[in-house]
Design a protein. Structure first.
Length: 76
């Protein structure tokens, strides 16, 4: 692979950082969607606002949609 180096410079100074090419992995062409922070169940009073959060990863980046009773929902 050859020498891999990052160089940053300005008219004042210059710095560089080398990378060990043997430790560079290639990015997979695809990665299945996976939860890295799954949403949690909530118990709230009737009429109160619920806020659900979750985090996913994948490549290409997954599109996330929320559903309630089989129907897509939006924030608000």
């Amino acid at each position: 692979m050859g020498d891999v180096k990052l160089v940053a410079s300005s008219h004042i100074s210059k710095t560089s950082l080398s990378v060990d090419p043997s430790r560079v992995d290639s990015m997979p062409l695809t990665e299945a969607p996976a939860f890295i922070l799954p949403p949690r169940n909530l118990c709230i009073k009737e009429g109160a606002t619920a806020k659900f959060e979750g985090r996913v990863r994948g490549y290409p980046e997954p599109q996330v949609t929320w559903h309630r009773n089989g129907q897509p929902i939006t924030s608000g």
